[in-house]
Design a protein around this ligand. Structure first.
Ligand code: URA
Ligand code: SF4
Length: 192
């Protein structure tokens, strides 16, 4: 089966999924978006309200910031694959629970195994924590890990991982702008 057939089968499963409580309140489960041949794989937290309605990840305020981050290092959204640690919108934008994250994680692993990226960028604490835990790396805080390069082993090989803050950080902590953009410069060193 080609990558695109495998991703299409997976998409069908995700949109019908009722494996965790989030299925009750979501409008749409959102598998992800982007090129299946991308070497860069980005993992956010969870679809927001607007994403839930329009069926695409990162199209609201966080999406606008993300597009600016990407363009600061000459990347386009279409050059990367973007998904979330949970595929359904948590009610009132609450944090996803550990049960929801661990249940949905199987889909993320399958997406990674099909796409086989060489660089994973996590956005926010939840995605970083889940990837660290998968590889038995001790997670302390995003403050400590952000912008650093880690090497992790997945079923298909060794992959680089750079944890980043979530784009929404800029909305409630504008003073972090410099740090967030300097992390993107670190990402740039590993892609160009
Ligand atoms: N925030 C996320 O983490 N993911 C989205 O898809 C949208 C906002
Ligand atoms: Fe299924 Fe994931 Fe949605 Fe839960 S969040 S219902 S596991 S797709």
């Amino acid at each position: 089966m080609t990558k695109s057939q495998q991703m299409s089968d997976l998409k069908t499963e995700i949109v019908l999924c009722k494996k965790c409580p989030l299925f009750q309140s979501r409008k749409n489960a959102i598998p992800g978006i982007g090129s299946y041949h991308s070497k860069i794989f980005m993992i956010g937290e969870a679809p927001g309200k607007q994403e839930d309605e329009e069926k695409k990840p990162f199209i609201g305020r966080s999406g606008t910031i993300l597009a600016q981050w990407l363009s600061s290092i000459h990347l386009l959204r279409k050059d990367i694959y973007i998904t979330n640690i949970v595929k359904c919108h948590p009610p009132n934008n609450r944090d996803p629970s550990s049960l929801e994250i661990s249940t949905c994680f199987a889909y993320l692993i399958r997406q990674l195994t099909i796409i086989q990226p060489s660089l994973i960028l996590t956005l926010g604490r939840h995605a970083a924590k889940a990837l660290f835990s998968l590889c038995s790396l001790p997670f302390t805080s995003l403050q400590n890990h952000h912008g650093k390069l880690y090497s992790i082993t997945l079923s298909y090989g060794t992959v680089r991982l750079i944890p980043l803050f979530h784009p929404a950080t800029l909305c409630y902590r504008p003073s972090m702008k410099k740090i967030l953009y300097s992390d993107m410069q670190k990402v740039a060193k590993h892609i160009h």
